[in-house]
Write a protein that binds this ligand. Structure first.
Ligand code: T1G
Length: 673
């Protein structure tokens, strides 16, 4: 049963049109059809002298319907609907009740007047979807607010607040009270000639240097996503050849990008990210309260987690074993907030608020009042176990107790302790105040309430939660292990670390696997291999082992896979490394950069599929979220599963996997109660 997608109510010759297409009034085909019909109906209706257009709910319009982009474009096309409104003889007043994004902003720009609610905002975030505005935004916005500000809004995805829109001359009013009443009153005052359409304004061309500088700056910031520079080019055509030529260039570019791999990848992530925060299995499950949270350990991870919690407006107590360690932890937290002020993520007052929400304690006693405690101490089983023994004595039986372990088996950390239903692993990524990924690992006895609390925390911190089964390395570190092993295997074929890293940077990664390991330190993985060998696993000697035995631990020792000058992060190919690896190399035809990248991505996808097949992940999309939000996989490639599936019928892109169980793959436990 289709609801009334647009409701019409006429009052005193003012037609009020309310877009009602929940959840975000997206301009799908049916809405466009209805709007086009209404535009011609109202134009012919003599009882109407003006139109007020608004949206139902928190959003004016969230844009075109992104879900339609996997199908060919269908009429009526949005540019035509907007052109009809712009050409109307009667004034159209857009009453922005909330966000006007993408096609929603373009619709508002096609109206003759705009009234903003105080909290309304306007933006053209299409480039984040690998697209450019396709309904006039690249031409009308610059002519309304000026060239440079419009380029910023369009290529950097910045939104304009109501005040900024008014300062820029885009908002005719900001409603002081009832938006609709004020918009109708405003419409009643309109009886003069309509304002000039945006297209009537010409834009002075600032010259080639301006465009070159903008192109270079935007391309750098885009990190491989082709859309931002494409948007700039469309704007440029409009400046150089006029409004109509600009509209044509915009449409051509929009349609080309609409069918691109990058746009498909970014759409995949758009929907995967939204599905991740609202898992169907937890619908209706009430999470535990999180009024006061405890974090144990003031090291890099603990202080980052505490800062993230305080920045989300929650009270947090940071616990350490001694006053020096505590002071060091609090100093790290302060430094994080300082850096956030420097980077404009908050202001002085905001940093002070955040810091005021952080308290410190020596010992665990004060954590007894906490609803949730996250342990982030040294990665040692005995140390972590002692912490949990103390916590189970101190905390309320219904307090949620979480470990931030990366490699240890959380079941062994809490084995035999009372109230196991409240234990969970919450795996943050460093720096925890920045990295968006949170791997949430339920244990055999974890209840849905505890699991829901993990997801609620993620939502509150603005993290992307991914539920992972309790396998070694969970999802991300397990794939990382495979990725590194595959990268090392390429060295056996004669490829150099620099060639492999260059291939992965060309694919879109900010850093290749060898540079990344030099940054993190080669000794971490070496110790894990040695521990496995000590347990009897037959792990052959690899290039990484040879480097560590030669004292090459990475940047911190002045050399790992690369050499580094003192105090420098610049990697230099190393003759010593080449000599250490040479005995392991069996010369073969050198793989091309593309072959190197596809081989490593293919290995990630294969491991991702294995994780799915073992029930340790919800689906391929979750693997992609882990890689994009935790391991620097380029967004415009969508993730290893998406990339591999799009590239061809490989197993990796197969049907969704059977979803993780709480069964402990390390020991085969029962599903959650
Ligand atoms: N199309 C289809 N579905 C959409 C949608 C859209 N544009 N926007 C949101 N949804 C769904 C979303 O998947 C989720 O679904 C639900 O709405 C709530 O979303 C021609 C080409 C508007 C700020 O890039 O930024 O216009 O999970 O959880 O936090 O030039 O949604 O419930 O099933 O995000 O309140 C450009 C995208 C499109 C804006 C609301 N527009 N949306 O945030 O809710 S391209 C955008 C948002 C375009 C034209 C071009 C946000 C929001 P479900 P949510 P929210």
């Amino acid at each position: 049963m289709t609801t009334d997608l647009i409701r019409r109510r006429d009052i005193d010759q003012i037609a009020l049109l309310t877009l009602a297409n929940p959840p975000v009034n997206a301009l799908g085909r049916a809405v466009r059809q209805k709007l086009a019909a209404l535009a011609s109906e109202l134009e012919a209706d003599d009882s109407v002298r003006a139109v007020v257009l608004t949206g139902e709910g928190r959003v004016f319009v969230g844009g075109a319907d992104i879900g339609e982009f996997d199908r060919p474009p269908e009429e009526p096309h949005l540019p035509d609907v907007i052109a009809a409104i712009e050409a109307a003889r009667k004034p159209w007043v857009a009453a922005l009740n909330g966000a006007a994004l993408g096609g929603g902003a373009e619709l508002a720009l096609g109206c003759h007047y705009r009234i903003f609610a105080k909290e309304a905002r306007l933006g053209l975030p299409e480039t984040a979807l690998g697209l450019i505005p396709g309904a006039g935004g690249t031409q009308r916005l610059p002519r309304r607010i000026g060239l440079a500000p419009a380029i910023e809004v369009i290529t950097a995805g910045r939104t304009l607040s109501a005040n900024e829109a008014q300062d820029a001359g885009l908002a005719d009013r900001i409603a002081a009270g009832d938006l609709i009443a004020e918009a109708q009153a405003f419409a009643r005052t309109l009886d003069g000639p309509l304002p000039q359409p945006a297209g009537a304004a010409s834009l002075a061309d600032p010259g080639p240097a301006f465009w070159e500088e903008a192109r270079a700056r935007i391309a750098k910031a885009a990190r491989g996503n082709p859309a931002p520079v494409a948007a700039l080019e469309a704007i440029h055509v409009g400046v150089a050849e006029g409004f109509a030529a600009g509209l044509r260039a915009e449409r051509e570019t929009f349609l080309r990008l609409r069918g691109s791999d990058e746009a498909a990848a970014l759409r995949h992530l758009f929907f995967a990210e939204r599905a991740a925060v609202r898992p169907a299995a937890l619908r209706g499950i009430e999470p535990a309260p999180m009024a006061r949270i405890g974090v144990i350990g003031g090291g890099t991870m603990g202080s980052g987690i505490a800062a993230a919690i305080a920045a989300a407006g929650l009270e947090v107590t940071l616990a350490e074993t001694g006053s020096d360690a505590l002071e060091a932890g609090l100093t790290r937290v302060r430094a994080i907030f300082e850096a956030q002020v420097t980077r404009g993520l908050t202001d002085r007052a905001g940093a002070a608020d955040r810091l005021a929400r952080v308290s410190g304690t020596v010992g665990l006693g004060p954590l007894a009042v906490c609803d949730l405690v996250i342990e982030a101490v040294f990665e040692d089983l005995a140390v972590k176990r002692r912490v949990f023994e103390d916590l189970t004595r101190l905390c309320r039986p219904d307090a949620i107790l979480a470990t931030n372990t990366s490699y240890l088996d959380p079941e062994r950390i809490v084995a035999g302790l009372p109230n196991p239903d409240r234990f969970i692993a919450l795996h943050f990524f460093s720096p925890a105040q920045v990295m968006k990924l949170l791997e949430i690992v339920p244990l055999a006895a974890t209840t849905s309430r505890t699991l829901a609390t993990g997801f609620a925390l993620a939502a509150r911190l603005g993290k992307i939660p991914v539920q992972a089964g309790n396998g070694e390395g969970f999802i991300g570190n397990r794939i990382l292990k495979r990725y590194r092993a595959e990268a090392e295997a390429l060295l056996f074929a004669g490829a150099s670390p620099a060639e492999v890293d260059q291939a992965m940077r060309a694919f879109g990664f900010g850093m290749g696997p060898f540079e990344m390991q030099d940054m993190a330190g080669l000794d971490i993985a070496f110790r894990a291999r040695e521990a496995a060998r000590a347990q009897g696993q037959d792990l052959p000697e690899g290039p990484g082992d040879r480097l560590v035995r030669a004292g090459r631990l990475g940047r911190k020792s002045g050399g790992g896979w690369y050499d580094y000058a003192p105090e420098s992060r610049q990697p230099h190919p190393s003759a010593e490394v080449a000599a250490l690896i040479a005995p392991l190399v069996t010369p073969r035809p050198r793989p091309s950069a593309m072959e190197i990248a596809e081989r490593l991505i293919g290995a990630m996808a294969e491991e991702g599929q294995r994780i799915c097949d073992e029930g340790l992940a919800q689906g391929p999309a979750d693997i992609d979220l882990v890689e994009v939000h935790g391991y620097g996989f380029p967004r415009h490639k969508g993730g290893p599963m998406f990339h591999t599936a799009r590239k061809g019928p490989t197993r990796a892109g197969g049907p969704a996997c059977p979803g993780p169980t709480n069964a402990d793959p390390r020991k085969g436990g029962a599903a959650p109660t």
